[in-house]
Design a binder for this molecule. Structure first.
Ligand code: PEP
Length: 251
């Protein structure tokens, strides 16, 4: 039985006082309820250190939203894996569709980032997903296959133990449109079959595959009860403690 993993991607939201306020509410809200999930928050870089100190002793784990694959040097504006580790991160989101579309990240770069994260002891949350146009012309599986093949290229079966895949249809991110549970399940099952073919049936069976795209407390339960959906990567709804906790409780 795979565990459920709920991660909140804060994106470019929350300065230091706002971060402190949200984390305090999350900690007190989660301490009163019961859940069996792994809970991860991914604040912006500037709030990571503060978040690491606030979440100590709670069930919340820390992730970053991106990193660069070089160790150090003349890469203005970038942040390395070892910087994230020293700020207290355990996870890092890589290949998010906003990185792919707004900042032009390609599969090859994402693959380098995944390798660097793994060799630095960070657990990647590797995002894949098709655009609306790609879905409408019927190439969803081709796109997912390319992103999975290239993103995970050169990795070992052992590496897979520390990777989470997030299936995020681009047309469902921040739009209020959610994939139906059946649509999401279909792609999740396809991703699991890809992992099985690329690595092994055992690694596919263990793989945590999150769904992301307008997950809210009122649609979380149905999505998360699908056979191959093992959690959620949440954007908008993780910015309010009540709605993020609502999703965690639904899981
Ligand atoms: C995301 O950015 O990963 C995401 C899923 O956003 P939202 O929940 O707002 O659609």
């Amino acid at each position: 039985m795979r565990r459920k993993v709920i991660a909140g991607n804060w994106k470019m939201n929350n300065n230091l006082p706002e971060s402190e306020n949200l984390i305090s509410k999350l900690i007190s809200g989660l301490s009163t309820g019961k859940n069996n999930c792994d809970v991860i928050i991914c604040p912006p870089f500037t709030s990571l250190s503060l978040a690491a100190s606030l979440i100590k002793g709670s069930q919340i784990k820390l992730g970053a939203q991106n990193m660069y694959y070089e160790e150090s040097g003349a890469f203005t504006g970038e942040v390395s894996a070892s910087m994230l580790k020293s700020a207290g991160c355990e996870y890092v989101i890589l290949g998010h569709s906003e990185r792919r579309t707004i900042f032009g990240e390609k599969d090859e770069q994402i693959n380098k980032k995944i390798k660097k994260a793994l060799s630095s002891g960070l657990k990647p949350i590797f995002c894949v997903g098709e655009t609306l146009e790609e879905r409408e012309i019927g190439v969803t599986n081709d796109i997912i296959k390319r992103q999975v093949n290239e993103g995970l290229s050169g990795l070992s079966e052992k590496d897979l133990d520390t990777i989470i895949i997030a299936y995020e249809p681009v047309w469902a991110i921040g739009t209020g449109k959610t994939a139906t549970p059946a649509q999401a399940q279909e792609v999740h099952s396809f991703i699991r079959s890809l992992i099985s073919g690329l690595f092994s049936p055992a690694s596919a069976e263990k793989m945590i595959i999150q769904y992301g795209g307008s997950v809210k407390p009122d649609n979380a339960k149905e999505l998360l009860s699908q056979k191959d959906i093992d959690g959620a990567l949440v954007g908008g709804a993780c910015l309010k403690a009540e709605s993020f906790i609502g999703i965690i409780e639904a899981a």
